[in-house]
Ligand binder design. Sequence first.
Ligand code: WT7
Length: 651
Amino acid sequence: MIEHMDEIYPPSPEFVAQAKVDAKKYEEWYAASVADPEAFWGEHGKRLDWIKPYTKVKNTTFAYPDVSIKWFEDGVLNAAANCIDRHLEKRGDQTAIIWEPDDPNAEARHITYRELHEEVCKFANVLKGLGIGKGDRVVIYLPMIPEAAYAMLACARIGAIHSVVFAGFSPEALGSRIDDCGAKLVITADEAPRGGRITPLKANADEARKHHGDHVKCLVVERTGADVPMVEGQDFSYSKLRAEASAECPPEPMGAEDPLFILYTSGSTGKPKGVLHTTGGYLVYASMTHEYTFDYHDGDIFWCTADVGWVTGHSYIVYGPLANGATTLMFEGVPTYPDAGRFWAVIDKHKVNQFYTAPTAIRALMGKGLEYVEPYDLSSLKVLGTVGEPINPEAWIWYHKHIGKERCPIVDTWWQTETGGHMITPLPGAIPTKPGSATKPFFGVQPVVLDPQTGEEITSIEAEGVLCIKDSWPGQMRTVFGDHKRFVETYFSQYKGYYFSGDGCRRDADGYYWITGRVDDVLNVSGHRMGTAEIESALVAHPKVAEAAVVGFPHPVKGQGIYCYVTLMAGEEYTDELREELRQWVRKEIGPIATPDYIQWAPGLPKTRSGKIMRRILRKIAENDFSNLGDTSTLADPSVVEELIQNRMNR
Ligand code: WT7
């Protein structure tokens, strides 16, 4: 047993007394939500403003191959109006977005709901002026600046479908996403300052468009004011168009099942999938989870440190908080610039009440020492959250003690790009926490643990197996953009009748869920999800590489690191220079987050007689655990394994 894993941390009586949901209410609501989802969600769907109220609530089936998911299907609404307009009367002068720039000495900005309304309307009119309308796809490739939120909401306002691409992705990755979704427009910035360094976003966007549809227009937000090349009729300056744009733009009435956004995420095979979320169910779910998971109260300052390029930023920087009329903090920088105290300085500066970050950041900051925490007043904090990967109990305890001062409940939220919002998470006033456990399901979520071999549900309380979900919830993705078959095959074919998450898990005697990590070929590096297949195809795209196999290995800060086995073309020389060249190559092909930690030369890879690479063995070698490689009798050439062990990267 790992230290602290068997400890239980109940919320304090003071916390419970002010919490929106206590243990009794959780039990009641949860029971009601699974006994009669129609009635439960029919009621909670009313948290939004509907232009035309729904009469149908749930119309969903997981039956293979006829999977179909519809929520609130005859309702009509607009997401941007729900995030902005409906708050104007009561909170026009309240801050909607606090923007903290990369440079700690530059001025932070406070954008009120009224200003947000004006900015989003102007942005929406600029988009219309560029010919964007309902159903068109718009790629957003921006730094963490308020304009990123304006752009998303402007798309939502006119019914365009946004696809945000993380600004750390390479031109190549950007280009393939522009291609896949058939974007008409890319919104970018001249440059992106981050951690004191500059990324040339416009130049990246130009390069991306060179290979992929140079007919795609480009709208350029001025962030640094750098002089970037602009092509007449093709590239447009946002500040110029904004100056002429009207501040009135009526929100487009959208069907609940009209698409809101596409977000690309990695799977175990093939290129990244365009996860499609629709309007009504997503917004109900994002706003409801934001309110209850974080016990958000009116007037609280909420900070999620994710980038808007990930689903966490969509649901918990933009849509969830703004739908709730919250004040949401947007941070342009990184946790370690100008030093490892930045997060704590920002919490102190803006009096943050709920703070939501990733375990990898906690581990990295924990290693820098308490001298970076101690100077700051963290007494505004009420709830702490984590997301993205399992949190190791040691990091949990550090977070609890030194950031939460043993006062703040920690919500370890398990969910996915596909799920739209939290699925398994403690509600802070209701569920005593255990370090490293995501604890219990959110309302309406029915997790099941299946035996991976038989596919049977394990019904005993204590269970270990693969994590599936039994029935639909409103925030669920609806399809893979342009490839519904891939959606059905990826999530519903292996275990019939269930949504398959791709994660393994354990359920303990108290019915708590412990996520044990991916059971497929997906890596989680610093909370970033990556397909081994993507990195492999980047490697084999290099002219000297014949074959590559990529696996993860445990990494003390990143959670998982990237370990690559590479076979070169006949006649090529295996040198250290080439090893470094390949690391840089992958970095350039995908982005810095995909940079391999280790590349091991592998003149031969362990394959079955039918030619399938035995990753299980490669994983063991990368983990430095080659004493028990399991059954190797099906290998075509067992001597390959011995050679790989001899030449493994020493760590
Ligand atoms: C994968 C989804 C959804 C937010 C960010 C990641 C892992 C996520 C947890 C957690 C253990 C977690 C899973 C999941 N994951 N949260 N609290 N405990 N693992 O979204 O990029 O779609 O990745 O992240 O493996 O499948 P994503």
